[in-house]
Design a protein. Sequence first.
Length: 339
Amino acid sequence: MKILVTGGAGFIGSNFIFYMLKEHPEDSIICLDALTYAGNLSTLKPVLDDPRFRFVKADICDREKVYDLFESEKPDYVVHFAAESHVDRSIDDPGIFVKTNVLGTQVLIDACVKYGIKRFHHVSTDEVYGDLPLDRPDMFFVETLPLKASSPYSASKASSDLLVMSYHRTFGLDATLSRCSNNYGPYQFPEKMIPLMIANAMADKPLPVYGEGINVRDWLYVEDHCRAIDLILRKGRSGEVYNIGGHNEMRNIDIVKLICAELGKPESLITFVKDRKGHDMRYAIDPAKIHNELGWLPQTMFRDGIKKTIRWYLDNRSWWEEIVNGDYKEYYQKMYGNR
Ligand code: NAD
Ligand code: DAU
């Protein structure tokens, strides 16, 4: 099958492309990516010469280019990762989140309806459910919960979820949707908590923990997310939402301490800084549906995944050093300078 992957030069999209080309030698992939600050063509270097792979630089909001691509390539499946993905940036500048995440998604699903495809898979997030209280460990996100976004990022993702489901019902678009918890692993942009803390610790820089560090996230190794999407794409039921998560809840402060310990760095690097506005307290996924229907279970335990991830950042310094020494410096100063 021919799969169009949007946002494949980013963190999860690139890991998904590597996974699919390895697991499904018969498939071919076209990656559509605008190469924003978060997209990095060098990440895709290992597959750029693969005859089953083609990279196209384009913005998902550019209707003409998107339609041309559908007309010339006639993809069977679309897996849609492209998005503005960082909560802090959405608080600083919400507009681009609405444009890319909502309007860009609309352009893509319009193209799917116009040209016809077998399935559109929308990669969404658990953040669309809002958050859970810290003192209710019995509560989890289930697919039937109403949407209740907290940040402009999650609101834009929730909007795109609704739009995709409306195209399923109104235009008969074959669509599936997944809502995953926090991912970690290779090639994650260093603005996100885990790679930021690894990169700062390696440089003996302060580790900026928001608030008291007691917010809880439910961490999943990126390859487990990719395997889940592959399963949903092939075997999931059209019009259904699948939560993805591995029951791995951790407090931010405990992860940062673990990173210090793994890298042999002192905890005195930890600096508590002003909290994120609207900061969600706890995310926790109930993955029963994807487990019962599709047999999915995570394969990488956090204790192994975090070691592998730290090892990757140690072994691939040039990948992230190039980023942190570029425009990112300005971003870091703006976000953390007066915090
Ligand atoms: P990322 O920021 O690392 O990558 C986003 C990619 O999209 C980049 O390559 C960027 O160039 C591309 N892009 C952005 N705007 C574009 C546009 N207008 N046209 C074409 N390409 C564009 O993001 P990520 O962390 O890999 O997340 C991928 C998807 O998964 C997102 O939809 C996100 O909401 C979702 N998600 C992420 C996580 C997580 O923990 N990172 C968890 C659940 C869901
Ligand atoms: O839950 C899925 C979501 O996970 C995805 O939809 C988003 O795209 C992805 O960015 C991620 O969102 P979070 O806001 O949870 O991830 P982030 O890495 O930005 O932050 C994780 C936690 O760490 C959060 O509670 C905020 C905190 N944090 C983050 C940064 C960047 C800090 O304490 N210090 C920091 O410098």
